[in-house]
Design a protein around this ligand. Structure first.
Ligand code: DP6
Length: 323
C-alpha cells in the first residue's frame, strides 16, 4: 500500500495535440507552473481478495465506465511490475472551493506515484513522469514543483518532464477565477484531436510553441513576470484559436470567461500588470507579481465575488509514502 500527493499545474505554454494517442506523445514541448493550492492525494493497495479494481474519488465509488482510464492505467502498472492483483484506489481532490478545478494532471501524477510504489517499483522522477504521461499528458509535468517543461521527445523513453525552477525564487503568483458551468464540457482529449485533425491553423502551432518555449525560458531566467505573462496570454489565445478554427468549431469560453479576460485587460490599462491564461474549460487564471495582488484581488472580487477567487503560490513536486 502506498500514498502519493501531487499538485496540479497550469500550462504557460500549452500542450495541445498528440502525435501518438496511445503513448500520449505530444506534438510539441510545453511549460507549466505547479500550484500550491490544488492537489490530489491518492492511496493504492493491491489486494488478492479483490475481483475487480475499485476506484473511489472524493468518497464516491466510480462505476465501470467512469473508472475506465484509471483501470487502464493500473493495467499498465501491473504489466510493468508483474503485480497480478486488482487494486483499491482511494483519491481525494483538494480544492479550496466546491466550484471545481479538479484536474487530471494532479490525479494521474498522484496515481502514478502511489500505484508504482504499491506495486513495488521504485521509479526515479523521470520514469515517474513518463508513467504519469500515460494517464494524462499534463500529469507528466505534475511530478515536479515550480516551473516545469515537458520535452516532447522522440518516443516513450524520451518524452518526460524536466524541472526548470523547482523552488521559484521570484514573486510569480496565480489567481484562479472559478467560473461555474453546468454545460457538459468538451474533453481536452477530444478537443485537441479535433484541432489537430481539422484546424487549418494547426500547422503553424508547433512553430508558435517552439518560439514561445525559447522566449519564456529566457523570461524565467530573467525573473521577468511581465514577459512570462505576455507570452502565456498570447500562447493561450492562440491555442484557443485552434478550437474556434476546427471543423466543427467549438470554444471553451463562456460569457463569464470573456468578462474575466476583459477585467484583466482593464486592470492592465489602469497600470496594474496582470495576464490571463485559460485551459480546456471556462475558468480563467491570472498571472501577476504577488506585490500587485491587492488591487487585482479587489477588482476581481467586485466583479466575481470572493468565493470564486483562489490565490495560489507555486507548489511542490510529488511526495510518496509507503504505508
Ligand atoms: C489545455 O493533459 O488533460 O490543459 O493528455 O488527453 O489527458 P490528455 O489531455 P490533458 O490536456 C491538457 C490541455 C491543457 C494544456 C496543458 O495543460 O498543457
Amino acid at each position: 500500500m502506498a500514498t502519493a500527493r501531487a499538485h496540479t499545474n497550469i500550462a504557460l505554454v500549452k500542450y495541445w495535440g498528440k502525435r501518438d494517442q496511445k503513448l500520449i506523445l505530444p506534438e510539441t514541448d510545453s511549460l507549466s507552473l505547479t500550484l500550491d493550492e490544488f492537489y490530489t492525494t491518492t492511496t493504492v493497495e493491491f489486494d488478492e481478495q479483490l475481483t475487480a479494481d475499485q476506484v473511489t474519488i472524493n468518497d464516491r465509488l466510480l462505476d465501470k465506465k467512469n473508472s475506465q482510464k484509471v483501470r487502464n492505467f493500473l493495467d499498465l502498472v501491473r504489466q510493468r511490475s508483474g503485480e497480478s492483483a486488482y487494486a483499491r484506489v482511494t483519491s481525494h481532490n483538494h480544492v479550496p472551493t466546491a466550484a471545481g478545478l479538479a484536474s487530471s494532471a494532479s490525479a494521474f501524477a498522484a496515481l502514478a506515484g502511489a500505484a508504482s510504489a504499491a506495486a513495488g517499483m521504485s521509479l526515479d522522477r523521470r520514469d515517474l513522469s513518463r508513467l504519469a504521461r500515460r494517464g494524462s499528458g499534463s500529469a507528466t509535468r505534475s511530478i515536479y514543483g515550480g516551473l516545469v517543461e515537458w520535452r516532447k521527445g522522440d518516443d516513450d523513453l524520451t518524452s518526460y518532464a524536466n524541472p526548470i525552477m523547482e523552488d521559484v525564487s521570484f514573486n510569480i503568483e496565480m489567481l484562479a477565477i472559478l467560473i461555474d458551468t453546468k454545460k457538459k464540457k468538451v474533453s481536452s482529449r477530444y478537443g485537441m484531436r479535433q484541432s489537430v485533425a481539422t484546424s487549418p491553423y494547426y500547422k503553424v502551432w508547433p512553430e508558435i510553441v517552439a518560439h514561445d518555449m525559447v522566449a519564456i525560458k529566457q523570461a524565467i531566467l530573467a525573473h521577468d513576470i511581465d514577459a512570462i505573462g505576455q507570452i502565456a496570454e498570447t500562447n493561450a489565445l492562440r491555442m484557443h484559436a485552434l478550437t474556434l478554427s476546427a471543423d466543427p468549431g467549438f470554444t471553451y469560453f463562456n460569457s463569464d470567461t470573456l468578462r474575466a479576460m476583459n477585467a484583466v485587460r482593464t486592470l492592465r490599462e489602469s497600470g496594474i500588470n496582470c495576464y490571463f491564461t485559460i485551459d480546456a474549460g471556462p475558468n480563467v487564471k491570472v498571472i501577476y507579481d504577488q506585490r500587485n495582488r491587492q488591487p487585482i484581488y479587489d477588482a476581481l472580487t467586485k466583479q466575481f465575488g470572493k468565493e470564486r477567487l483562489v490565490v495560489s503560490k507555486p507548489g511542490s513536486g510529488i511526495k510518496i509514502w509507503n504505508d
